[in-house]
Design a protein around this ligand. Structure first.
Ligand code: GLN
Length: 458
């Protein structure tokens, strides 16, 4: 195997630090930006990686950002973690996140990360810590993260890094603390496209422990090398994704599109009329699944335990009242309601029909186009004080552009398009199921045209 050489080609080993220096760096990052739940001291050399706190790591606390799992130390590694370790990657930390992935700004948890470009602003959620640290790490590093409805793209966009969400099922979910099983995907964040491509080739493996996993034999790094061919791609621009979007975001993404157009790329406006219904359908399906998944946290088997008093109902209720945060409780209520008899037909089953229509609409576009390009978030990263005053519904509305593609299980990459007011703006590259190589080609092409990003130093 030529892995070692292969990695040197992709990761900039000139900037590599010693394990001790990496540990010091992480502690400093933690002090200033609050991006970790746990900092892990690496015992050996290798390419450092971080894992979102909902991805199980042997012998290292895995709390999914929740108090109810405050002392859960898994006796095993998630498959993606195991595969990386086998290739010589070393775990350096568990990154903070919204509790169980419930959130778009990474404020629904105890440890709230600060945006590296402006510490008065949020990192985005739910994988905020992963994006934050990826922007800060000036040595080879990749982050394992997870998306249910946009949790990789949103923080990647807000923090100015690359966020790759593969097709649903491409990467095994074994060892992922689930949010909503029909939507959860493990993905990657990195500073550069080729780093994520290399890692996806490693972790996209069929796994008998996850019956939905498909895996792939593709070499995504090889795809990146063919990036010049992406100029021939036919690109769709969904008009709904450019409406009601902050003008700074819109202008930045449109500037990037113009630059690609100047190189000869062909763009055509299309309509994705289901966009406005996708958000409601997502929040019904996601909360319905989440509410059943969270039933297992009852203070008996994992995590928080309290003194046993009263009957089992009283005990479970006491543990869950103390262990779940406000947003988790809200989602349990919403999800339970949506699948209750009498409501199931009107809410849950209807949402599934909408989901089908969202998928069909995307599929139709991919009959004629190689990729869709759109803004990732409708806003620039907001300030903490702005987020504080938003209603839960306003929080959910931030996901309007990331949810449809996640509902459809389509692969997508969020890549920095440019900057507005000194803040990063992400651009979405969306492709058909299992066509990740096209997304990598196009992302790499854009990275070449855009040029290097100068990241904030710690
Ligand atoms: N913001 C979305 C939600 O709160 C997506 C979260 C995620 O992808 N984990 O459900």
């Amino acid at each position: 195997m030529t892995e070692g050489l292969h990695f040197r080609e992709v990761f900039n080993f000139e900037n590599m630090l010693d394990p001790e220096e990496i540990y010091e760096f992480c502690l400093k990052a933690q002090e200033k930006y609050r991006c970790f739940v746990t900092v892990v001291k690496p015992e050996e050399r290798g390419i450092p990686f971080t894992a979102k706190d909902c991805i199980c790591t042997k012998g290292v606390l895995t709390a999914a950002g929740s108090k109810i799992l405050q002392n859960y130390v898994p006796p095993f590694d998630a498959t993606c973690v195991k595969l990386l370790k086998e290739k010589g990657f070393v775990l350096i930390g568990k990154t903070t996140m919204d509790e169980f992935g419930f959130g778009s700004f990474n404020v629904n948890t105890e440890i709230i990360p600060k945006n590296p470009w402006d510490t008065s602003r949020v990192c985005g959620g739910s994988s905020g810590g992963a994006a934050c640290f990826t922007a800060l790490a000036n040595f080879p590093h990749i982050a394992l993260a997870e998306s249910t409805g946009g949790s990789i793209s949103c923080p990647a966009s807000f923090c100015g890094v690359v966020g790759v969400t593969p097709t649903y099922g491409l990467v095994s979910r074994y060892g992922l603390i689930d949010y909503a099983n029909s939507l959860d995907k493990i993905g990657i964040m990195s500073r550069r496209v080729e780093e994520a491509a290399t890692v996806l080739s490693i972790i996209a493996k069929k796994d008998e422990r996850d019956s939905t996993s498909v895996g792939s034999d593709k070499d995504y790094l090889e795809a990146c090398k063919n990036y010049e061919k992406a100029i021939e791609f036919k690109i769709a621009l969904p008009k709904e994704y450019f409406e009601n979007v902050d003008k700074d975001v819109k202008n930045t993404v449109e500037d990037a599109i113009k630059k690609l157009e100047n190189k000869g790329m062909e763009f055509t406006e299309v309509s994705l009329s289901m966009t406005e219904y996708a958000l409601a359908a997502y929040y019904i399906i996601a909360t319905a699944e989440a509410s059943t998944n969270l039933a297992k946290f009852c203070g008996m088997r994992y995590g928080l335990e309290l003194e046993i008093q009263g009957n089992f109902r009283e005990y479970f209720s006491k543990v869950r009242t103390a262990g779940f945060g406000e947003e988790a409780k809200r989602r349990i209520l919403l999800g339970t309601y949506a699948r209750m008899s009498g409501y199931r037909e009107h809410l849950y089953l209807k949402a599934l029909k909408v989901r089908r229509k969202v998928i069909d609409e995307f599929k139709k576009v991919f009959e004629n186009f190689d990729a869709i390009i759109a803004p990732v978030m409708p806003i620039l990263p907001p300030k903490f004080e702005e987020v504080k005053d938003l209603s839960p519904l306003q929080h959910y509305m931030a996901d309007v552009l990331t949810v449809p593609v996640n509902l459809a299980g389509l692969p997508h990459i969020s890549i920095p398009a440019g900057f507005a007011k000194g803040l990063p703006v992400g651009m979405h590259i969306i492709v058909d199921h299992f066509c990740e190589e096209k997304a990598f080609m196009l992302a790499k092409l854009w990275e070449e045209i855009r040029g290097e990003i100068k990241y904030p130093s710690l």
